[in-house]
Design a protein around this ligand. Sequence first.
Ligand code: PLP
Length: 381
Amino acid sequence: MNIHELPTPCYVIDEKKLKENLEILAGVRDRTECRILLAQKAFSCFYEYPRIADYLDGTTASGLYEARLGYEEMGEPFGLETHVFAPAFKAAEFEEIAGICDHVIFNSAAQLEKFLPICRKNGVGVGLRINPECSTQGDHAIYDPCAPGSRLGVTLENFPEHLAGELSGLHFHTLCEQNSDDLETTLAAVEEKFGKYLELPNIEWLNMGGGHHITRPDYDIARLERCILHIKETYGVQVYLEPGEAIALNAGYLVTEVMDIVKNGISTLVLDASAACHMPDVLEMPYRPPLKDSGKPGEKAYTYRLSSCTCLAGDVIGDYSFDHEIHVGDKLYFEDMAIYSMVKNNTFNGMALPAIAVMEEDGNCKVIREFGYEDFKGRLA
Ligand SMILES: *Cc1c(COP(=O)(O)O)cnc(C)c1O
């Protein structure tokens, strides 16, 4: 079927665009011999993991469940790497984590000391997340792990000197949707503060985290590659990147149907998709998602407010304009909906979860997963 025939609401993964992104990432990897992991928290559409496995080196995870998914769907079947970072690990889960992960990255000296024996027994690479205290994000303070008082990563002051010899690598993650000039700034801070640890003979790798918007058209890839090669050549370490967004950037849609139109000063389209339930970053970040064939309010002839079927007055996606009048039953296509969408959605108000479909390279669409009442009831008791 084509995209217009899909049931709504429905996320659609654009495989052609996904492949283009993966080709860009594989270019970086091949030219610099760095390793690139999929950060599953942004995109966990495991149907696509066999495709991703052709281009990348494995997955990273935020805890046991993502680590298991990465191991089952990419690590085990394709012989690729499984990594995990969490601010803290549960003792009851750690044996399982150590059994499936190649690298475990700790957030504190206490966590590292607690689990070091299990890592040793399993031959797991042990890393520590550092905080270079170098904020490069302007307006997204909630995404800044370098903000004062941050719990994420150890500062130089708190670096556990006595454990430095136990580490096989260091990790930092401080960027969010940023270009490589900010990486360069961050790396200078990392080297100035932690360079002496990178020089230790036991340090085999540096993981530069995610937030690298590598597949965005204005991203400076040459500068990224200079950064990677500089670290490799200066310290003789393997460099890892673990982007999430960049892998599926602009590689998905959310298809929705106009259920009703309410007039009260402005005309509001009541959609079967919701910001609160199906694209929570719209309210959390916040941002206005791109919508196919639309303009800013007032830019085109017909302006509408786009909202949903939930009871939340503020469940508003944004104001958009169109060349033609919109009618009940019309379909709208939100863009850039592969990332941080299906991994974050919820059934607040008993809203249905969108189905998941893929659009193959020839434009043919097929539904790969549908959800129903049981998925709503199944997580309640
Ligand atoms: C969120 C996160 C990533 C992925 O970030 P993107 O912005 O999606 O590229 C990678 N590593 C860690 C530790 C993260 O928290």
